[in-house]
Design a protein around this ligand. Structure first.
Ligand code: GLN
Length: 359
């Protein structure tokens, strides 16, 4: 009995100690949580990080209104047909990895894809020959020089450095497996069509304007050939490269093409698998390193996103695993990157808290 009584006492003592312990634990945890929240700038500074449809729509519209009257920059004119494209065109499209589409402005207006095509042809080469081939044969380092630099090739022992400068892009084109240049072109075009989910139109005017005036690219291809780096005839490859640059796209197309990368290489609208998932991070890494040419560092510093621009005025930024953002606006800055394209994409990334380095 006594024994039982004593036992009851100690049980109630233990119970009250336990209750006290729990209270102390809860208090300490709560204080800790508060402290952690206090030192987490992401939580404090981006309460709007929770993405919802209304917020995305509002931010796209804000980006359009905020930058539409900015007339800085100038259309490319070294390709004559680009100089006469309407500089007012301004379209913004965001496509999520699930295939939801958000748009503002002239999202159906077409410009030539130009250098953004380099991304898809490099992806094709990886798909056919593997990522080691691309790294060893073409390279994945920034040049720090203009996209059509010949000096960059000489400085890097005859290497193009990466597939997103003209040298590396002409090289990628030359390595796409085909029996002749017609088949090579058809494969490259079909690949871009699959990324966008539709048969992209071809801009004859831009093609003729550039193909009759691309002596510098021809020289680049010959130089690379002299270093033994081309996979097919250099001048033929330059012509196919010029064709791939002359494909027309809208901001809508760019958004879908970007979302295909964000969705592990599967087009989220057509559900077609376009690229093996293991190559997606490789392509995005080169975009981060060299997508905006000699301004790639500033872009990454600002947005943290892999992106690619073209002198037609298109820009494609990708938030890995989440979405593609396509913007079209022809006037360019001194590096050859769309002025309003960069502004709009950077604004959206910042406002929606999408910088991958800030997750
Ligand atoms: N077709 C253009 C050229 O070869 C592409 C350049 C670009 O978009 N940066 O010069």
């Amino acid at each position: 009995m006594q024994y039982g009584n004593m036992n009851q006492k100690s049980v109630s003592k233990v119970a009250s100690l336990f209750t006290l312990g729990c209270a102390v634990f809860i208090f300490i945890s709560a204080t800790n949580l508060e402290a952690r929240e206090a030192i987490s700038p992401l939580k404090q500074e981006t309460p709007h990080k929770v993405l919802n449809e209304k917020r995305i729509e509002a931010v796209l519209q804000e980006a359009y209104t905020k930058f539409k009257d900015n007339n800085e920059g100038k259309n490319a004119d070294y390709i004559k047909a680009l100089a006469v494209v309407d500089p007012q065109i301004f379209g913004i499209t965001l496509v999520t990895a699930e295939g939801k589409v958000y748009e503002a402005g002239d999202t159906k207006a077409l410009v030539s894809i130009q250098s953004i095509s380099k991304v898809f042809t490099a992806a094709k080469v990886m798909q056919e020959k593997g990522d080691t081939f691309l790294q060893e044969k073409i390279g994945v380092n920034a040049t720090g020089l203009a996209f059509n630099s010949i000096m960059a090739i000489e400085q890097h022992s005859g290497s193009a450095s990466n597939p997103f400068v003209n040298a590396g892009a002409i090289q990628s084109t030359s390595w796409v497996e085909a029996k002749d240049s017609d088949e090579r072109w058809m494969k490259i075009k079909a690949n871009m069509d699959a990324f966008s989910g539709r048969e992209l139109p071809f801009n004859e005017e831009v093609y003729h304007s550039e193909v009759n005036d691309n002596k510098r690219n021809q020289a680049i291809s010959k130089l690379l050939d002299a270093y033994g780096r081309m996979g097919s005839d250099p001048l033929e490859a330059t012509t196919v490269y010029t064709k791939q640059c002359s494909v027309n796209i809208s901001s809508h197309d760019l958004g879908v093409m970007g979302a295909t990368f964000a969705n592990d290489g599967i087009n989220p609208l057509t559900h077609t698998k376009v690229l093996d998932v293991q190559y997606v991070p490789r392509v995005l890494a080169v975009m981060a390193t060299a997508g905006l040419y000699d301004n790639a560092g500033d872009w990454l510093y600002l947005t943290g996103t892999p992106a690619k621009s073209g002198v037609g005025g298109g820009i494609l930024a990708i938030v890995p695993g989440k979405m593609g953002i396509g913007v079209v606006s022809p006037p360019l800055d001194k590096y050859g990157n769309s002025v309003r394209g960069q502004q709009a994409a950077a604004y959206i990334i910042e406002q929606l808290g999408l910088n991958p380095f800030a997750q």
